[in-house]
Design a protein around this ligand. Sequence first.
Ligand SMILES: Nc1nc2c(ncn2[C@@H]2O[C@H](COP(=O)(O)OP(=O)(O)OP(=O)(O)O)[C@@H](O)[C@H]2O)c(=O)[nH]1
Ligand SMILES: [Mg+2]
Length: 293
Amino acid sequence: MTWLYANGEKVDQVVYARFGPGVLVSCHGGPAVRSAIEAALIGAGVTRSLAPDLWNGRTRLAAEVARLLPDLHGRAGVALGLRTLTDGERGLRELLVAPDPVWVEALCQARWLFSPPRIQLWGPVNAGKSSLLNALCGADLSAVADEPGLTRDVIEGGFEHAGVVFRVFDAPGEWPQATGVNAAALELARTWKTQADLVLTLVPPGAAGSGEWSLFSRSDEDPQARQPGVSVHSRATVEALKARLVVHFTGKLLALPAERQFAFPPALLTELQELAAGRVDAQAIATRWLDAW
Ligand SMILES: Nc1nc2c(ncn2[C@@H]2O[C@H](COP(=O)(O)OP(=O)(O)OP(=O)(O)O)[C@@H](O)[C@H]2O)c(=O)[nH]1
Ligand SMILES: [Mg+2]
């Protein structure tokens, strides 16, 4: 991964990898960015060719990973995608010879690198949901005040931690007095909640709550605050929450030895799960993903 400069100014990231007879470049932007990159490469002595046989003799795994490279999110996703492009075929062969369910389960967490997990903040009015959204994302995305029922919509933010990208959603608070527009907003938020990959329930001081993903919010106000607590005035508690989310969604994958970590495409991950459960044989997967394509 490297940075693209135009007129001496840093404009964006570019991902590149050796691929077949050439170099595969993946970047954001339109034709102008593409021309700038081509000009820089040609200036560095690279010859332009349409490489009509780029896929010739390559496997479906290589082609799929190359195609999906721009869909990988965060530093961890890009790094794993590039590794899959170079070493993925070796890794897949190793797995097909000796299917290891623990390894497959860990690899399945690569799904979150293709499609960042959706975290829904939930809880009563004034629990500190909007404040936490802003603290997690490092920006004032949602209005914050003492007034209960201030948030009337689902508001989306995002952040990257340890190379992993997350999407976070604020919501209106739950309260019995909600009527009219507020009640409708709450109803809509309940639908969003069902689509979340994880619901973080904020429990403000004095309220009751339990469950693995209950967070005791505004913990600086309450010396007796139960754990895990979070306060937007304590950077350490916000960082600890982010670290916990990284472990929950990608901990097994990122704890694998480096040479075993891959971002296999989601379709292949599903097939590997079937293999680990004994419902499909290794030869069928090898034929589909590793034979010349
Ligand atoms: N001391 C302290 N105050 C906080 C913290 N988080 C939020 N607050 C305050 O609590 C009040 C409510 O915060 P919000 O973030 O608006 O709460 P909310 O859950 O979004 O509320 P609704 O949108 O009404 O559902 C505001 O006055 C915040 O400044 C915290 O960690 N510590
Ligand atoms: Mg709010």
